[in-house]
Design a protein around this ligand. Structure first.
Ligand code: C2E
Ligand code: MG
Ligand code: MG
Ligand code: MG
Length: 281
């Protein structure tokens, strides 16, 4: 009957929701354990200017899981973002990066490290104070840090976001708009946000040489960035064709497999020590 069918559907629906909730809960518990067990890792991917100089790197988190191997952030960051766990993870990454920047291998090299900041973390009332404290305690120049935010962070509360960004910008911290053009973009907010950089999303970069629509979008982003005096980082370039396309049209910093894979922090530091100061911009 219709009634039985309805009940069955509801039961099925409830179970699947419950299963999802339970899985989320399990991953969350596991993540809490992983943080204590020191299973999170930071990888760094170089950001390279067209002239060949490495000007910085982006910190990308991974989870070295004891049985499931090296897990990419897409498998656990979205779950962490649903609770204050993302604050704990974000603070862990920022602390590790500040400690790295204070290390002798790179302390003298004026490169910047970019860190992804989740909206929930940025919205913490003490976000600005916390960052100031950690920079001060570890003794790192704020000008070594770039914070990557996303368009979604901005739409809810533009004025609060602007206030916090302005305070951090005054210290020398830079802000980058990640995955630019993929969110709820409004050109109006670009005018109000104290940004230093736009990151062109890899989908645009990868298709630009072959797809006229992506080509037009990339050219538009380059024009906007140029007019607003913003640096441009192109994400996800894997071929010379993609790099050439960009270099022919603007002053672009490349962050893609063509220029370097994300590597464990220690590997990156070892390479850095070997290659020395010729990487400085
Ligand atoms: P994102 O910030 O846009 O980072 C760029 C992503 O593109 C990284 O994926 C990077 O490995 C990948 N990528 C770079 N070059 C290439 C390329 O040439 N080809 C391809 N196919 N991919 C390339 P990853 O490391 O898996 O990170 C995914 C996302 O997870 C990041 O996207 C970021 O949104 C988030 N994430 C990573 N680390 C953190 C973190 O510490 N905190 C937070 N809140 N989010 C993070
Ligand atoms: Mg990013
Ligand atoms: Mg991105
Ligand atoms: Mg992203």
């Amino acid at each position: 009957s219709a009634k039985t069918k309805g009940t069955a559907q509801i039961t099925f629906f409830d179970e699947s929701l419950e299963a999802i909730a339970r899985q989320r809960f399990d991953i969350e518990q596991e993540l809490r354990r992983a943080i204590k067990a020191d299973e999170l890792r930071i990888y760094l991917q170089p950001q390279v200017h067209a002239n060949g100089l490495t000007v910085g790197a982006e910190a990308l988190i991974r989870w070295q899981h004891p049985s499931r191997g090296l897990l990419p952030p897409g498998t656990f960051i979205p779950i962490a973002e649903e609770s204050d766990l993302i604050v704990e993870i974000g603070e862990w990454v920022l602390t590790k990066i500040c400690q790295m920047l204070a290390r002798s291998e790179i302390a003298c090299c004026p490169i910047r490290i970019s860190v992804n900041i989740s909206p929930r973390h940025f919205r913490q009332p003490n976000f600005v104070e916390w960052i100031k404290q950690v920079l001060c305690n570890i003794g790192v120049d704020p000008a070594r840090l770039t914070l990557e935010i996303t368009e979604g962070m901005v739409i809810d509360n533009l004025s609060e976001v602007v206030t916090k960004m302005t305070e951090l910008t005054a210290l020398g911290i830079h802000f980058s708009m990640d995955d630019f053009g993929t969110g709820y973009s409004s050109l109006a907010y670009l005018k109000r946000l104290p940004l230093h950089e736009l990151k062109i999303d890899k989908t645009f970069v990868q298709d630009a040489p072959s797809d006229p629509n992506d080509a037009a979008l990339v050219e538009t982003i380059l024009a906007v960035a140029s007019h607003l005096h913003l640096k441009v980082v192109a994400e996800g370039g894997e071929t010379h064709e993609q790099a050439d396309f960009l270099n022919a049209r603007g002053d672009v910093i490349h962050q893609g497999y063509l220029y370097g894979l994300p590597v464990p922090m220690q590997t990156w530091l070892d390479d850095w020590k070997l290659r020395g100061l010729n990487l400085v911009s």
